[in-house]
Ligand binder design. Structure first.
Ligand SMILES: Nc1ncnc2c1ncn2[C@@H]1O[C@H](COP(=O)(O)OP(=O)(O)OP(=O)(O)O)[C@@H](O)[C@H]1O
Length: 235
């Protein structure tokens, strides 16, 4: 296994208290190797997004330890967590969350203006195949193109890790495949670790490692010895 980017130990998350408490994570021990594509599969409500949000520094666990390389996320102050997110992590969600009044380039520049070591916004848009659309507004772009702008925004900071929560959830499968292609290229070209939650189980075929999640816990981790390219995957 490559050097782990993340390690969690006894990670728990409880939402609420008393009778209404929801145990979203029940003691998760996990290592995520650097540079891998990791896919997280599991039923709705099993805790996948909760895990993604905690290792991505958007939320905190109730108990347990989370490390990113030699840093302990679970001990960080809010300011340190913000710095961690800003400098190391990119997010791609099911809905693209673009600013409608800004062009594709300006949406990406929102990030490049504050990141520590960003690439040029135009370069990021070229990487996702949108070189010709940099001056277009979101409403002038298709769903797949908007998602690629969101990916350009996430990768422009040259993140060590790209978190993707249902990145193809709002797309037809052909457009979804082009988005997976971009994620795979980013993993190869920038060396970013990719951690992706999906309901489309067949997408796990492009992963190095597949984590099966159920009821707030890891059921199984499978190493994928025969990775498929996104173009070979059907869902
Ligand atoms: N902010 C919150 N407050 C209370 N409960 C929450 C909150 N966020 C999530 N939960 C609950 O925690 C559990 C895990 O939710 P989570 O979103 O992590 O699951 P998931 O596996 O990502 O589900 P899905 O595949 O449907 O997105 C669920 O029971 C959910 O209702």
């Amino acid at each position: 296994m490559n050097q782990p980017t993340y390690a969690t130990s006894g990670l728990t998350k409880v939402y609420g208290e008393g009778h209404s408490a929801v145990h979203a994570l029940r003691g998760v021990d996990l290592e995520i190797p650097s540079g891998d594509i990791v896919v997280l599969l599991g039923p709705s409500g099993s805790g996948k997004s909760t895990l993604l949000n905690i290792v991505g520094g958007l939320d905190r666990g109730t108990d347990g330890v989370v490390t990113f390389r030699d840093q302990t996320l679970s001990d960080m102050s809010e300011a340190e967590l913000t710095r961690y997110r800003r400098n190391h992590v990119g997010f791609v969600f099911q809905f693209y969350n673009l600013m409608p009044s800004l062009t594709a380039r300006e949406n990406v520049e929102l990030v490049t203006e504050i990141a520590a070591d960003p690439m040029d916004a135009d370069e990021a848009l070229a990487l996702v195949g949108l070189k010709e659309r940099t001056d277009h507004f979101p409403a002038q772009l298709s769903g797949g193109e908007q998602q690629r702008v969101a990916i350009a925004r996430a990768i422009a900071k040259q993140p060590d890790v790209l978190f993707c929560d249902e990145p193809t959830g709002a797309l037809d499968s052909e457009t979804g495949r082009s988005v997976l292609r971009v994620l795979s290229d980013v993993n190869e070209r920038l060396g970013s670790t990719v951690l992706m939650v999906t309901h489309a189980a067949s997408q796990a075929q492009m992963a190095d490692r597949v984590i099966h999640f159920a009821d707030g816990a890891i059921r199984e981790i499978v190493e994928n010895t025969k990775k498929l390219s996104p173009e070979e995957i059907a869902w």
